[in-house]
Design a protein around this ligand. Structure first.
Ligand code: 5GP
Ligand code: 5GP
Length: 229
């Protein structure tokens, strides 16, 4: 009888254990930041940049990443080493990723190292909601839907090396997407503050934009440069 009880116990444990591990490998979070970068501002810094092996990207915003975040401003990262980046799961998306998620880091690469980094650091923390294919597909859809360059140029804000007010940049993106963006600046080779990245927030089921529960930190000038690319 004891032996029977012990085996029932052991079998239940074996059945329950995997679900405990599955639950802890995909951490929870409150919302996403969807972050896009202006290539001109990545490249005109002191550090400079390298074009991808497929050639110079279009003069358009590129995806940086889709980042799960907590409402208190902190965020989970590198949540699941058992789910490495696997390009075979996104073979149908790769040509669109090369255009919309180009890498500008040196040395030149195809983009895979950048996508791998974003999936492993951020994407693995979103698996309670989206899998690897959905992570990249959702990001591509958001880029198309938000059309940042369209929003800015419609308001007369062009990547021409001139300076524009931060307020007009924020306002034009809000007018076009319906949501308030966070603008991150960096400095060009001469030290001028310029439009580097745009953050928009996405609800935790990755179905659409929301107003950001919390903004990142950092500061731009009141007037910032929008460099050409
Ligand atoms: P940096 O220190 O250059 O602002 O950010 C370095 C990296 O840390 C980012 O590319 C991103 O991977 C991560 N990171 C920075 N700030 C945030 C944030 O507010 N939320 C999340 N989820 N990741 C962030
Ligand atoms: P994060 O800042 O998202 O944690 O890390 C970005 C990582 O991706 C860095 O290691 C950076 O070198 C690499 N990377 C590759 N291509 C790009 C790019 O085009 N933009 C940015 N921001 N990082 C890139």
């Amino acid at each position: 009888m004891k032996l029977l009880q012990a085996s029932v116990c052991l079998i239940s444990l074996i059945l329950v254990l995997p679900s405990i591990f599955a639950a802890s490998s995909s951490e929870d979070f409150d919302f996403f930041y969807f972050v896009q970068q202006w290539p001109g501002s990545y490249c005109d810094t002191q550090k400079s940049c390298c074009y991808p092996t497929s050639g110079k990207p279009a003069a358009d915003f590129g995806i940086h990443g889709l980042w799960p975040n907590y409402k208190d401003g902190t965020y989970p990262s590198n949540c699941d080493a058992t789910k490495p980046f696997d390009s075979s799961t996104i073979s149908d998306l790769v040509s669109s990723m090369k255009r919309n998620w180009p890498t500008l880091a040196c040395p030149s690469g195809s983009g895979e190292a950048f996508w791998e980094h974003e999936w492993e650091k951020h994407g693995t923390c979103s698996q309670s909601v989206i899998n690897q294919h959905e992570y990249f597909q959702t990001s591509l859809g958001l880029k198309q839907k938000t059309n940042l360059l369209g929003a800015l140029t419609k308001a007369g804000i062009n990547p021409d090396g001139n300076s524009y007010s931060l307020e007009s940049i924020r306002g034009s993106i809000k007018a076009s997407t319906g949501f308030t963006p966070w603008i991150e600046c960096n400095r060009d080779g001469s030290g001028n503050s310029q439009l580097y990245q745009v953050y928009l927030c996405v609800d935790r089921s990755a179905s659409g934009l929301i107003e950001c529960p919390v903004f990142p930190h950092g500061k731009c000038g009141a007037q910032i440069e929008f460099p050409s690319f």
